[in-house]
Design a protein around this ligand. Structure first.
Ligand SMILES: [Zn+2]
Length: 366
């Protein structure tokens, strides 16, 4: 689980000084969790292999390549000052004013690019004291994100499915941390997501420029991967989802070239109905190549380290060996590509078993 979970927090290191470290600390290569290991089918389920009729595969629109999770309350960007158990913080009032200004600028940035923007909490910046020490949180970025997410769910009396928060964690560090962002449940418009930034970056843009990092990490928390997922350059790209240093801000001043969203990224963002309910993408992919690429560049759901998955009949992947339902609750959050990979693997592993797969309640053809 640790290896899978380590791939999940997408980390930006916009600071030029730390850029070279991105090779080792930015774990942006993996696209999806490994398929669930399926227990061996019982003898009862074994059926003779039958030839399957091959129909011409239909082009599946992007909205049908993600799970049809029921809706919920609109997502709100919720900044939180998070202080490890062994540290204190005495700049809360300044931090509240600074993050408020930064979130407003980020909102306007998104509005310019999308014609609409996300909602943000108007509450005074809450201070949450962590259960662990700075040394514990800072030993591993993946576990830090899992622990803090769980603690914030408890603080907000919510969970990965009921949450309407996209937390922007201003982490009070002993040793500077990288920024990162991830949606709780993939690009589904469910549950919100998690952004973490070092609180010290609010004042002085160290270890990275706060404003441009914030808009980048919110992009991750809404479900977007880096442009590298399509083989594009991370160093020179118009997209916010790159590390192009020309996008870097200075204090509250955005760069003269603050970065944009590419049409394929806007098409993906439009799937986040709870975070960006008014976004209508001016272009959506229609070719199989573009659709597959858009799907592959969506970040997957976080693991059960942030809380258990829930069974959702008719949502995402449901796999059967004969009449027996064998897929776990996490399969409800699989993308269509993950579902096909899992289903194909099962058919290969158990050629004499009748493996039946549904995606969003429909037979999965591939
Ligand atoms: Zn990033």
């Amino acid at each position: 689980m640790a290896e899978a979970s380590r791939t999940q927090l997408r980390i930006a290191i916009p600071c030029l000084l730390l850029w070279l470290l991105a090779v080792t600390t930015d774990r942006g290569a993996a696209q999806s969790s490994p398929p669930r290991v399926i227990t061996r089918a019982s003898a009862h389920d074994v059926r003779p292999v039958r030839a399957r009729a091959r129909a011409t595969p239909r082009v599946v629109p992007l909205a049908d390549r993600i799970p049809h999770v029921p809706g919920g309350a609109p997502i709100v960007i919720t900044p939180v000052l998070f202080v490890p158990s062994d540290l204190t913080y005495d700049r809360a009032a300044e931090a509240d004013a600074a993050v408020r200004a930064h979130v407003r600028i980020a909102q306007e940035h998104y509005r310019r690019l999308l014609g609409t923007s996300f909602a943000a909490s108007a509450a005074t910046l809450p201070i949450v004291q962590g259960a662990r020490t700075a040394a514990e949180y800072e030993a591993d970025s993946a576990w830090r994100s899992h622990w803090i997410t769980r603690e914030l769910f408890a603080w907000a009396r919510t969970d990965r499915y009921r949450s309407h928060h996209l937390f922007v964690v201003l982490y009070v560090s002993a040793t500077a941390i990288d920024g990162g962002g991830i949606p709780f449940n993939g690009t589904l418009g469910t549950g919100g997501g998690y952004v973490e930034l070092d609180a010290r970056a609010l004042f002085g843009d160290e270890p990275y420029p706060f404003q441009s990092s914030l808009v980048h990490e919110i992009g991750h928390a809404l479900g977007l991967d880096h442009v590298a997922c399509r083989g594009e350059s991370m160093d020179a790209s118009p997209s916010l989802m790159s590390y192009d240093p020309s996008h870097h801000s200075a204090g509250l001043s955005p760069s003269a070239d603050p970065g944009t969203f590419l049409p394929i990224e806007i098409a993906a963002l439009a799937l986040s109905r709870r975070a960006l309910p008014n976004l209508r993408a001016p272009w959506t992919p229609t070719s199989e190549a573009d659709l597959a690429q858009a799907e592959a560049c969506l970040l997957p759901a976080m693991s059960d380290a942030i809380g258990p998955f829930r069974a959702m009949p008719g949502v995402g992947l449901e796999m059967f060996y004969g009449a027996r339902h064998v897929s776990g609750e996490d399969a409800s959050l699989y993308s269509r590509a993950q579902a096909i990979q899992t289903c194909r693997q099962s058919r290969t592993m158990y050629p004499r078993t009748r493996v039946r797969c549904l995606y969003n309640g429909e037979p999965l053809s591939f």
